[in-house]
Write a protein that binds this ligand. Structure first.
Ligand SMILES: [Zn+2]
Ligand SMILES: [Zn+2]
Length: 389
């Protein structure tokens, strides 16, 4: 018997506007776009931010070239959730077919999402018009409260608290449940209840964590977003298994997101900060969570031989210290072989012995665990770190 597995990929995790600032490079600068492949092969895309272009450029039709059935759920019409549409290359391929789902906006009326397509490609905003998009597109209106089946998966939509409206989606697959609740401000009793319904018992609860709790109380009240603290409260109350902090503020540097994640982990056990390129597998034995960085980010690797001492925290939350060799190093990070299993997205202190003009010198680096693979050495794991200073 095969185990049903679902794969959730993060193509864009930044809120409001894309960032190309190097200080935001590690978590990524593309705006919201997620992809969920259900065990039955159904492909869901959640939101069409600039991350959608990346998804399109790596578009692979499985099953010997047969285009997959793709269902695209759009939460709302703010720029950061639709801006990737004209740049999604599979829309320009005739054999592809897409099913779009979104709500009827009172500002747009009937066929709201269809109108968004037309407006985005209208003169003088885009070089070609809609007729260049040859893929089949079907549009379905959904309302908060609706539930429907796609393949063997159940999709539920609920209204969230956001200027001009926003839908949260819950997708139940045989491998597990993903709740996607971005662009939501706490404080409206009825809509807060909707959020709790989406999150109830979810394996993965993706929540808006744009602001700090202090910002949410003061300067950013009424902007339609939430904080890591609210996410941990709902996750704990509704017994979600893993919380993913999402929709990072464009002004939040990687260091700031690191700090937000650290604080959230003090409040709730299983938390990740959404990171571009991160993949979460559901339904595998032990509900394994894997994250990886796109190849281009680690392309400057060089083989090396450095003695190193590594201090960090294990998956079980224990401090460890270990001596090892660093055999693969780049300007941004290193691949380190360890007997301990460090926690994904935790900090490691790496002290390497580097030959210098005055003999061997200790080089202290702070690294961040972005990837864990089975090691080539027996009893070891290969740990990918990105250096943060
Ligand atoms: Zn947004
Ligand atoms: Zn929004």
């Amino acid at each position: 018997m095969t185990v049903p597995i679902a794969k959730l990929s993060f193509w864009g995790v930044r809120g409001s506007t894309p960032t190309v600032d190097p200080a935001t490079w590690r978590y990524g600068g593309n705006t919201p776009c997620l992809e969920l492949i259900a065990p039955d092969g159904t492909q869901f895309i959640l939101d069409c931010g600039t991350g959608l272009r990346m998804l399109g450029s790596r578009w692979a039709a499985p099953n010997g070239g047969k285009a997959p059935e793709t269902h695209i759920l759009v939460t709302h019409y703010h720029w950061d959730h639709i801006q990737g549409i004209p740049f999604f290359s599979p829309l320009y391929v005739e054999n592809n077919e897409f099913h779009f789902y979104s709500f009827r906006s009172k500002f747009l009326g009937r066929d709201s999402l269809k109108q968004v397509f037309e407006a985005q490609m209208a003169l003088p905003y885009f070089p070609v018009d809609m007729s260049a998009m040859s893929a089949k597109r079907k549009f379905k209106e959904v309302d908060g409260g609706d539930s429907f089946k796609v393949g063997e998966n159940k999709v539920t939509a609920r209204w969230l608290n956001h200027p001009q409206g926003c839908l949260g989606f819950r997708i139940e697959t045989p491998a597990g449940t993903v709740a996607y609740a971005t662009d939501n401000e706490p404080g409206d009793a009825k809509l807060d209840e909707n959020l709790r319904e989406l999150a109830a018992g979810a394996d993965i609860f993706i929540n808006d964590a744009q602001f700090t709790p202090e910002q949410l109380e003061t300067t950013r009240k009424g902007w339609g977003h939430s904080s890591w603290l609210e996410g941990t409260k709902v996750a704990r109350q509704m017994e979600a298994k893993t919380l993913v902090l999402f929709h990072h503020d464009p002004d939040s540097t990687d260091r700031m997101v690191d700090s937000i994640l650290r604080q959230a982990r003090e409040e709730f056990d299983s938390v990740f900060a959404a990171s571009e390129g991160m993949v979460i597998t559901l339904g595998a034995p032990g509900d394994k969570v894997q994250a990886h960085m796109p190849g281009t980010r680690t392309a400057l690797r060089r083989e090396a031989q450095f003695h190193a001492k590594v201090c960090g925290v294990t998956e079980g939350g224990k401090d460890f210290e270990e001596e090892t060799m660093v055999r693969d190093v780049s300007l941004q990070g290193a691949l380190i072989s360890l007997k301990h299993l460090p926690r994904l997205q935790s900090e490691l202190q790496v002290t390497m012995e580097a030959p210098g003009a005055d003999g061997v010198q200790a080089m202290n680096l702070r690294g961040y665990v972005v990837r864990i693979d089975t090691g080539t050495e027996k009893g070891h794991v290969a740990v990918g770190v990105v250096f943060t200073d």
